[in-house]
Design a protein around this ligand. Structure first.
Ligand SMILES: [Zn+2]
Length: 157
């Protein structure tokens, strides 16, 4: 049986010293495919290059809510351009993170909705990050509605 890891930040700098060995071990363990979600615009090119150079790695591009303070409106325009790249299999990692107290919730929501709209326009799925909130999120626009529901389970539960 071949496994598909749907969420692994193997592009992170912490893997720079042993990424080939980690990927080799993954393949030996039966993991044939790995989705690699992006975090910030500045990492997209390196992520795409990595995924192109390693078989079985599949890039997703997006603006992660934890890094909301780093994202620019121009990143959304660039995202629209980048997702034309046929190797991009999803928009992500996107979402809402209310765990971080100093993060701007309104800006998070603005970026989240914009990226959902891009995903819908190009007919790509999304990789969601949702933390510290019960979310029943309904987005209406001129093309219909989208409903996402997610929740956090803590050790207490
Ligand atoms: Zn992630």
């Amino acid at each position: 049986m071949e496994l598909f890891d749907t969420h692994c930040h193997i592009d992170d700098a912490s893997f720079d010293h042993d990424r080939p060995q980690v990927l080799q071990q993954c393949r030996k363990s039966g993991i044939g495919h790995i989705t690699v979600p992006a975090l910030v615009r500045s990492g997209w090119d390196a992520l795409l290059t990595l995924c192109k150079s390693e078989p079985g790695l599949h890039p997703t591009l997006g603006l992660h809510p934890v890094y909301t303070n780093q994202h620019q409106d121009s990143d959304l325009t660039r995202l629209q351009e980048y997702v034309a790249n046929k190797s991009v299999i999803a928009i992500g990692e996107i979402g809402l993170d209310y765990y971080i107290n100093n993060n701007d919730k309104a800006r998070q929501q603005e970026l989240f909705e914009a990226q959902l709209s891009i995903a819908k326009d190009v007919d790509l799925p999304v990789i969601l990050h949702v933390r510290s909130l019960f979310l029943f999120y309904i987005l209406f626009n001129n093309r219909g509605a989208l409903c996402v529901y997610a929740f956090l389970i803590t050790a207490k539960h």
